[in-house]
Design a binder for this molecule. Structure first.
Ligand SMILES: NC(=O)c1ccc[n+]([C@@H]2O[C@H](COP(=O)([O-])OP(=O)(O)OC[C@H]3O[C@@H](n4cnc5c(N)ncnc54)[C@H](OP(=O)(O)O)[C@@H]3O)[C@@H](O)[C@H]2O)c1
Length: 327
C-alpha cells in the first residue's frame, strides 16, 4: 500500500511517500480503507521526537482517519464491511498512523460516521473537536451557566471550544484578532476582545466581574499571573498548548481562592473518554454544527510538505485533508 511514513525521527523532510506492506488486523481490530487523514500539530511533535512516544519503523504518520471498513476481526462487534468510520487516536503509543491507504484500528478506537456527514468535513475537525471536548468537560469540569474565557478563539481548537461551551449553556468570552471577531460571535461567543488591545485583562474583568470559571488559552501564551487573577473562586485554568513557556504562578491568588491549574494532552485520553467525545462530536456533525473554517484538500503524497507548512505557521485556522484517492 502507499503511505506517508518515516524511518527515523527528524524534520519534515524525513517523511517519505511510497509503498510499504499493508497492516494485518488482529482479532479485535478493524482494517480500514482510508479515504483521508488530517495533519495535526501533534503529528509534527511525534515525527520530530518533541512528544516522546513508542514507535516502530517504518512508522506511518498521522492521528486521524476517515474511511470504510475493509475487514473486521472475528472478535469485533458493531462494525461491518463497508461501514463509514473515523478514528482520531492512531500514530502514537505503539500504534501505526493514519496516513496510508490501509490502517488497522482497534475496534474501541473506531466510531461510525453519521449518515449524511461529509467525510472530509469530519476528518478535518475530529482532532481539534475532541481536544475541545476533553478541555471543557473532562479536565475543565464545565457546568451550564459558567463563564468560559477562550483565548485564540478563531483557531481550530478555539472555535470548537466556543461552539461546544456555548451549546453547553456557558457564557463564552473570546479573544481573537479583529478580523476574526465576527467568526467567533457566529461560533457562539457572547463577547469578543482583540487580543492585542490595551488592558485586555481589565476588559475581561469588566465583562466578568465575578470572575471567569474556566480559562483556556489555545494560543499557549500561558500568562498565569494574569489568568489566575481573573478566575472566580474555584475557577480553573486548563493548559493545553505553549510547551516552551515558563509562566510565573501567583501562589496566594491560586490557593487562597480554591483555584486550580491543570494540563492535559489528548494523547493520554482513555478509550472511554475518546468514545464519549466521539459521541458528542457525531451529534454536532449530524446537526451540521461543527466544521473547519477553511479546508484544503491535497494528495497523501503532500504529507511532508504540509508538516513543513504547519511548522512554519502557515496554516492558521486552516485544516489540510490528505486524500488517498487524489493523484
Ligand atoms: N493539549 C492537546 O491535546 C492539544 C490538542 C490539539 C492542539 N493542541 C495545541 O493547541 C494549539 C492551538 O492549535 P490550533 O490548531 O487551534 O492552532 P490555530 O488554528 O493556529 O489557532 C491559534 C489561534 O490563536 C490566535 N492567537 C495567536 N496569538 C494569540 C494571543 N496572544 N492571544 C490570543 N489568541 C492568539 C491565532 O490568531 P492569529 O491568526 O491572529 O495569529 C489563532 O487564531 C497548538 O499549540 C496545538 O499544538 C493541543
Amino acid at each position: 500500500m502507499r503511505a506517508a511514513y518515516i524511518r527515523e525521527l527528524g524534520p519534515a523532510d524525513v517523511i517519505r511517500y511510497g509503498e510499504i506492506p499493508a497492516p494485518v488486523p488482529g482479532p479485535t481490530d478493524v482494517l480500514v480503507a482510508v479515504r483521508a487523514t488530517a495533519v495535526d500539530p501533534v503529528d509534527t511533535f511525534v515525527r520530530s521526537g518533541l512528544f516522546p512516544t513508542h514507535l516502530t519503523f517504518p512508522f506511518v504518520v498521522g492521528r486521524d482517519l476517515v474511511g470504510t471498513v475493509a475487514e473486521a476481526g472475528p472478535g469485533v462487534t458493531g462494525f461491518r464491511v463497508g461501514d463509514r468510520v473515523w478514528c482520531n487516536s492512531l500514530g502514537h503509543e505503539g500504534r501505526q498512523g493514519a496516513a496510508a491507504e490501509r490502517a488497522v484500528v482497534a475496534a474501541d478506537r473506531l466510531y461510525h460516521l453519521p449518515d449524511g456527514v461529509d467525510p472530509d468535513t469530519a476528518v478535518a475537525v475530529v482532532h481539534p473537536a475532541a481536544t475541545a471536548y476533553l478541555a471543557l468537560f473532562v479536565h475543565g469540569r464545565l457546568r451550564a451557566g459558567e463563564t468560559v474565557l477562550v483565548a485564540g478563539a478563531a483557531g481550530n481548537v478555539g472555535s470548537a471550544l466556543v461552539t461546544m461551551a456555548a451549546r453547553a449553556g456557558a457564557r463564552v468570552l473570546a479573544t481573537a484578532g479583529p478580523r476574526d471577531a465576527a467568526y467567533c460571535a457566529e461560533s457562539g461567543a457572547a463577547e469578543v476582545f482583540d487580543y492585542r488591545g490595551p488592558d485586555l485583562a481589565g476588559t475581561i474583568r469588566g465583562a466578568a466581574p465575578s470572575g471567569v470559571d474556566l480559562y483556556l488559552d489555545t494560543a499557549g501564551v500561558n500568562d498565569l499571573e494574569t489568568s489566575v487573577a481573573l478566575l472566580a473562586r474555584r475557577g480553573r485554568v486548563v493548559l493545553l498548548a505553549g510547551a516552551g513557556t515558563r509562566p510565573v504562578l501567583p501562589a496566594a491568588a491560586l490557593y487562597m481562592n480554591d483555584r486550580s491549574v491543570v494540563g492535559f494532552v489528548i494523547s493520554h485520553a482513555t478509550t472511554d473518554e475518546l468514545a464519549e467525545a466521539a459521541g458528542y462530536i457525531n451529534d454536532l456533525l449530524g446537526r451540521g454544527a461543527l466544521r473547519a473554517r477553511r479546508t484544503e484538500i491535497l494528495p497523501l503524497s503532500a504529507a511532508g510538505a504540509v508538516h513543513a507548512r504547519l511548522e512554519r505557521g502557515e496554516l492558521h485556522g486552516r485544516r489540510v485533508v490528505l486524500r488517498t484517492d487524489v493523484p
